[in-house]
Design a protein around this ligand. Structure first.
Ligand code: NAD
Length: 486
C-alpha cells in the first residue's frame, strides 16, 4: 500500500496532526493508499513556501531558464511515463489506453505548450500624442500574479491539474495544489519530478485532503493565495467564489456541463455513431465535455439508436491492466450511488431503457468495485432531471428532432454551456448552428479534439474565464502599463 504525504517546500511531509485517510481502488474497493490529510498548519506552511519562492531564486530566473525547467518537467514525466500511467490507473480504474493515449501525454504537453507560449507572446504598445507635441509611449509588461491555489477534480486528474500548473509556472507564479481526495497519486509523483529537474523549493506544493473544513477550504480561504483556479462541480465553484471574495481574489472556473450532441440526417452515419459513443461513454462518462443529451434528426433516429446500442453492448469491462479491457468502473461507490439514483429517476419518469440501467455482473474479485452498466434512454420529457442535471456517468438520453431551429432551442435549454458536438456533412449548416449554440466549445464532426493554444472554458454555469494558449495569461499574469512621456 502506498503512503502519500503532502509535498511542501520540496519535501514530502506527513501532517502534524497525524490524520490520514484511505484511498480505495474503484476496481475492487481494496485500500491502495494511505494519504496524509493536510490541516490548516500544513496549508499555512505550503502557502508560506510558495510565497517565499516568489522572492527567492524562482523570482529571479530568466524566462529562458524557466522555459528550460518546464521542458525538463515534461521530459521527466515522459521518462517516468509508466509510473504515471500506473498511478493514474490505480486511482481512476480507467483502462491503460486512455492513460497512454490521452491523459498522461497531454499532461506532459501542458508544460511544453505553455513554456513555448510564454517565450513567444508579445505585449501591447501604444504611441500617444500629447499637447506639447512630444508624445508618450505606453507599453505593457506582464508579471506573475503570485501564489495560485489549484483545486483539481478526479475525472482526469493529471491532465486537468497540469492544465493549470503548466501555465501558472510558465508565467512565473508558484502553486499550492489540492488534488481531489479520490486521486492524489499523480500530483504526488509530480513532486518527485520537480525535485529531480531542480525546480526551486516552494514553487510546486501539494496539500491533500477534502473540500469543506479541510485542505480545499483552507487553500481557498487563505489570504496569501492571490488567485484560485478550480475545476469541479458548479456547486463547489459557487462556494469557492464566496471564499475568494474575501481579499477580492481572482478566480478561473471550469465546471459542470450538460452537453448536447446534435446529429443531422446528412451526417456521415458511422462516424457520428462512433463520435457520440466516445463523447457519451469515454472514461465511463466522467468527462465534463461528455454528451448526456443526444438529439438526432428524425429520419435516422431509429437506426442511430440501434447502432449506438450495439456499440455500447460491445464494451469490455474489467481490470484496467487486463488485455482487451476498454471500459472501467466509476470513480467510487459514492459516485456510483449518485449515478444509480439517476438511473432510478429515469425509470420513475417513464424512460424507455434501450440498454443498461443497472449494475453489471462482475467476477467475484471485482464484485465490490464501482461498476455500472453504460445506459441509453429514450422517451423522456425535456423537463426530467435526466435531461436537466449533470449525471457524470456513462449514460445518455436520445431524442428525435425535426428542424434546425428546434434542435438549437433544445440544445440551449440548459443552465450549463460547456460544449457541443455537431454531426453534419453540410458545412454551411455546421457554421450556422455552431454560432448559435450557447457554449464555450463546439466540435463539428469530432469531439475532444484539443489544440492547447485555443480558448477553453464554459458559458453560463459551466465556467468563468478562458484558459488555453495566450488566454491563460489573462488569469495567470497581471498586466501592468508603463507610460513614458517623451
Ligand atoms: P468537486 O467539485 O466535488 O471537487 C473538485 C475539487 O474541489 C476537489 O479537489 C474537492 O476536494 C474540492 N472541493 C470540494 N469542496 C470544496 C470547498 N468547499 N472548498 C474548496 N475545495 C473544495 O468535483 P469532482 O466531483 O471532483 O469533479 C467532477 C465535476 O467536475 C463535474 O461537475 C465535472 O463536470 C467537472 N469538471 C469540469 C471540467 C471543465 O473543464 N469544465 C473538467 C473536468 C471536470
Amino acid at each position: 500500500m502506498r503512503q502519500i504525504d503532502n509535498f511542501i517546500n520540496g519535501e514530502f511531509i506527513a501532517s502534524g496532526s497525524g490524520r490520514r485517510f484511505e484511498k480505495r481502488s474503484p476496481v475492487d474497493n481494496q485500500v491502495i493508499a494511505s494519504i496524509a490529510e493536510a490541516g490548516q498548519a500544513e496549508v499555512d506552511q505550503a502557502v508560506a513556501a510558495a510565497k517565499n519562492a516568489l522572492s527567492g531564486e524562482w523570482g529571479q530566473i530568466s524566462t529562458n531558464e524557466r522555459v528550460d525547467l518546464l521542458y525538463g518537467v515534461a521530459d521527466e514525466i515522459t521518462r517516468r511515463f509508466d509510473d504515471f500511467v500506473s498511478a493514474e490507473m490505480a486511482d481512476t480504474g480507467q483502462p491503460r489506453h486512455v492513460m497512454t493515449h490521452a491523459f498522461i501525454p497531454r499532461g506532459a504537453a501542458n508544460f511544453k505548450v505553455f513554456a513555448d507560449i510564454i517565450k513567444n507572446v508579445p505585449t501591447e504598445s501604444f504611441h500617444m500624442d500629447t499637447p506639447d507635441g512630444k508624445g508618450a509611449l505606453n507599453y505593457g509588461i506582464r508579471v506573475p500574479k503570485g501564489v495560485i491555489g489549484v483545486i483539481a477534480p478526479w475525472n482526469a486528474p493529471f491532465l486537468l491539474m497540469t492544465w493549470k500548473v503548466g501555465p501558472a509556472l510558465a508565467c512565473g507564479n508558484t502553486v499550492v495544489v489540492k488534488p481531489s481526495e479520490e486521486t492524489p497519486l499523480t500530483a504526488t509523483l509530480l513532486g518527485e519530478v520537480m525535485n529531480k529537474v531542480g525546480m526551486p523549493k516552494g514553487v510546486y506544493n501539494v496539500v491533500n485532503g477534502f473540500g469543506p473544513d479541510s485542505a480545499g477550504e483552507f487553500v481557498t480561504r487563505h489570504n496569501d493565495v492571490d488567485a484560485i483556479t478550480f475545476t469541479g462541480e458548479t456547486r463547489t465553484g459557487s462556494t469557492i467564489m464566496k471564499a475568494a471574495s474575501d481579499g477580492i481574489r481572482d478566480v478561473s472556473f471550469e465546471m459542470g456541463g450538460k452537453n448536447a450532441g446534435i446529429v443531422f440526417a446528412d451526417c456521415d452515419f458511422d462516424k457520428a455513431v462512433d463520435g457520440i459513443f466516445r463523447s457519451a461513454f469515454l472514461n465511463t462518462g466522467q468527462v465534463c465535455l461528455g454528451t448526456e443529451r443526444v438529439y438526432v434528426e428524425r429520419p435516422i433516429f431509429e437506426k442511430f439508436v440501434a447502432a449506438l446500442k450495439d456499440k455500447v453492448e460491445s464494451v469490455n469491462l474489467g481490470r484496467p491492466t487486463d488485455e482487451g479491457v476498454n471500459y472501467g468502473p466509476l470513480i467510487s461507490q459514492e459516485h456510483r450511488g449518485k449515478v444509480l439514483s439517476y438511473y432510478q429517476k429515469a425509470k420513475d419518469d417513464g424512460a424507455t431503457i434501450v440498454t443498461g440501467g443497472g449494475i453489471p455482473d462482475m467476477p467475484a474479485e471485482l464484485a465490490e468495485g464501482a461498476w455500472i452498466q453504460p445506459t441509453i434512454w429514450t422517451d423522456l420529457p425535456e423537463s426530467s432531471a435526466i435531461i436537466q442535471e449533470e449525471i457524470f456517468g456513462p449514460c445518455c438520453h436520445i431524442r428525435p428532432f425535426d428542424s434546425e431551429a428546434e434542435v438549437i432551442d433544445l440544445a440551449n435549454a440548459s443552465d450549463y454551456g460547456l460544449s457541443t458536438t455537431i454531426w453534419t456533412e453540410n458545412l454551411t449548416r455546421a457554421h450556422r448552428v455552431a454560432a448559435r449554440v450557447e457554449v464555450g466549445i463546439t466540435w463539428v464532426n469530432s469531439w475532444f479534439l484539443r489544440d492547447l493554444r485555443t480558448a477553453f472554458g464554459g458559458a453560463k454555469q459551466s465556467g468563468i474565464g478562458r484558459e488555453g494558449g495566450v488566454h491563460s495569461l489573462e488569469f495567470y499574469t497581471e498586466m501592468r502599463n508603463v507610460c513614458i512621456k517623451m
